[in-house]
Design a binder for this molecule. Structure first.
Ligand code: SAM
Length: 256
């Protein structure tokens, strides 16, 4: 997978590629990346990249010309859409909400071009000409797109084949429509709080069952919307469905 980030602040994203699991994936050649400074594509002597919006209004907008040149340099061809060129993503609060399902979809691409906005955003004509997906990382407004681009890179690269073991991904939050089970490490007793006995038992079947029950219990309590969506999509197996029903029955009995 190749990530190309277009930004006015390359130092923010550069650091991410040099650390931890990402650095290992880059060393092994599983991940490649390029950080393009949009300012390098401004042609006036001040390297201007922003100007006031037509029609008035507060703030500045990123100019289309440096952005267009930077995008062409990254391999985004005008008039050609994905899949005939790398998928171009503009990070914006107006975009489609980012989630684990979209992370999985993007992790399957060979290359992503991530365009980070600043100021009040970018000229609409750049979106119309070059952008395949507008993506938001949540219903709030950040001052720029770099943090959002890093969220997308971080959530996707770890799903790329061989970056981490698939076993670690299987029972993570959101896999199979459930949150992750609670986890414990040493010591067995922390300030009078004991690790659940079943986890010390070495009984694999009981541990598996306990973890599944905890995943369902936690998801019902914290994210009932995920359970509802999983049910609608027919995502849960028979065992999970019976645990959901049991927990709902207990809840109803408590209320009686
Ligand atoms: N005027 C824009 C609006 O009201 O939608 C907000 C611009 S924001 C201050 C500057 C840049 O931050 C945006 O162009 C975008 O790239 C990025 N950004 C801000 N919030 C974001 C979010 N929730 N998700 C993704 N990118 C975001």
């Amino acid at each position: 997978m190749k990530y190309t980030v277009l930004t006015l602040f390359p130092e923010i994203t550069d650091a991410f590629f040099a650390n931890s699991i990402m650095a290992k994936a880059v060393d092994k050649g599983i991940i490649t990346y390029q950080v393009i400074n949009i300012r390098d594509y401004a042609q006036d002597k001040h390297h201007t990249c922003d100007d006031a919006p037509y029609g008035g209004g507060p703030g500045m907008l990123m100019l289309s010309e440096p952005l267009g040149r930077a995008l062409e340099a990254a391999g985004a061809k005008k008039g050609v859409s994905h899949p005939f060129k790398p998928r171009v993503i503009y990070l914006t609060p107006s975009g489609r909400p980012f989630n684990q399902a979209l992370a999985k979809e993007l992790a399957g691409e060979d290359e992503l071009i991530l365009l980070c906005g600043r100021y009040e955003g970018i000229d609409q004509r750049i979106i119309d000409r070059y952008v395949d997906d507008e993506i938001s990382i949540g219903d709030y407004v950040l001052s720029s797109g770099e943090a959002a681009a890093l969220v997308i890179i971080d959530a996707t690269y770890r799903l790329v084949d061989q970056v981490i073991t698939s076993e670690s991904l299987d029972e993570e939050s959101f896999s199979g429509g459930l949150l992750e089970y609670p986890q414990f490490t040493r010591p067995e007793v922390y300030d009078t709080m004991r690790v659940p006995e079943v986890l010390l038992s070495g009984h694999h079947a009981n541990i598996r069952r306990w973890r599944l029950e905890k995943r369902v219990e936690k998801t019902l309590a914290l994210r009932p919307d995920l359970i509802r969506r999983g049910e609608e999509a027919g995502l849960f197996d028979e065992e999970t469905v019976s645990i959901i029903e049991e927990l709902r029955k207990n809840e109803r009995n408590k209320g009686d």
